[in-house]
Design a protein around this ligand. Structure first.
Ligand SMILES: NC(=O)c1ccc[n+]([C@@H]2O[C@H](COP(=O)([O-])OP(=O)(O)OC[C@H]3O[C@@H](n4cnc5c(N)ncnc54)[C@H](O)[C@@H]3O)[C@@H](O)[C@H]2O)c1
Length: 334
């Protein structure tokens, strides 16, 4: 397997929302990126998306215009998977969430990527082991799960499949640090890994609370953005219990668990909206209304708030001119 300092060229497979943000992040950290999509149109759209994201970061004072241009120049688009992977040192896959498709892509990646190169997948929850078994190098296949928006969110999950080697886990974690991300190790290939298990537990209860008329969607969102989210940025749920005293949390769990949602399939409120085509901001309606043209503004408002929070937290990817350099080994997140 390659050593971390040998990694300079990264192949990103799939150029949608995630692939383009991942390409942007690697390029901003100084890596040479080959971004692959099947169609030239997708690559043009990816380049526009990256340029828009960078412009917002420059406006927010997080990045200089010159650094943004240099990073963009490090991204080489290609429609050829062979060209993307020839001589590459690490592969990050972000094609749509379909197991057959991912297995097909990994079988091809396995044939074209040099031996010893780690193949990572950004699957949201498909089994890493099932993807790895399409290759002859399951020890080098690892889950590398980014959060949306990938160019801003500081954490990535690094997930072990049944046959993933320790060295593949360690290398991917170290690479994450070098591009200014905080790796979260997930040691078991469990459905939803870690992030989505935590997130969906909260979403299930949020839907339950709204369905029961206990609180409005606005109140639920406010409780999280102005309260829980703020505290959880300071202390995680397990240490929170330590600090508050385990006896109290034991007492609350003893009377409250039985009243919480135990839904084992998507609740009615969510399912009905999907059936009605009210699928969220881009459709014009979800839990809130989005008059024509306002979806982009809602996403930009979310990103602007993230910029401010990330600046306050002084996370490494937002220290201007402090980007990682694979040439010098200077790690932004190290
Ligand atoms: N969107 C999110 O919030 C999010 C968050 C974390 C992880 N993910 C995961 O990331 C992956 C990609 O999601 P996305 O939101 O970027 O999807 P997307 O639909 O925006 O992008 C997928 C891209 O892959 C391309 N593609 C399809 N087949 C391909 C192939 N055979 N070879 C190369 N490219 C191909 C598509 O044309 C498209 O451009 C999925 O596994 C998804 O579950 C998504």
């Amino acid at each position: 397997m390659l050593r971390i300092e040998q990694i300079r060229n990264v192949a990103i497979i799939g150029a949608g929302v995630m692939g383009s943000g991942i390409a942007q992040t690697f390029a901003q950290a100084g890596y040479a990126v080959r971004l692959q999509a099947r169609h030239a149109d997708s690559l043009r759209a990816a380049r526009d998306r990256i340029a828009r994201n960078q412009a917002a970061m420059v406006r927010a004072g997080l990045f200089s215009g010159e650094a943004a241009r240099d990073a963009l120049a490090r991204i080489h688009p290609t429609t050829s998977l062979e060209e993307a992977t020839a001589g590459c040192h690490f592969v990050s896959e972000s094609v749509p969430e379909d197991l057959d498709l991912k297995r097909e892509v990994f079988a091809v990646l396995d044939r074209h990527a040099p031996p010893g190169v780690v193949l990572s997948t950004d699957t949201s929850g498909l089994p890493i082991s099932a993807i790895a078994s399409a290759t002859t190098r399951p020890d080098l296949v690892v889950g590398f799960h980014w959060m949306n928006p990938p160019h801003l969110m500081p954490t990535v999950e690094v997930i072990r499949g049944a046959r993933t080697a320790d060295t593949s886990m360690d290398l991917t974690c170290e690479l994450a640090r070098r591009i200014g991300r905080v790796p979260i190790r997930v040691e078991k290939d469990a459905p939803g890994f870690l992030w989505n298990r935590l997130q969906l537990a909260l979403i299930r209860e949020a839907l339950h609370v709204v369905e029961q008329g206990i609180a409005s969607p606005e109140a639920v969102d406010l409780a999280v953005t102005a309260g829980l989210g703020l505290r959880w940025a300071a202390v995680g749920p397990l240490r929170l219990m330590d600090l508050g005293g385990l006896t109290t949390f034991h007492s609350v769990a003893a009377y409250l668990y039985r009243d919480l949602s135990k839904a084992s399939e998507p609740q009615h409120t969510l399912a009905a909206k999907v059936v009605a085509g009210e699928t969220g901001a881009r459709a014009g309606r979800g839990f809130y209304d989005y008059p024509a043209g306002s979806a982009e503004a809602a996403i930009a408002a979310r990103d602007a708030r993230l910029f401010e929070l990330l600046k306050l937290l002084r996370l490494p990817q937002f220290r201007d001119k402090d980007t990682a350099s694979p040439e010098t080994g200077a790690a932004a997140g190290g």
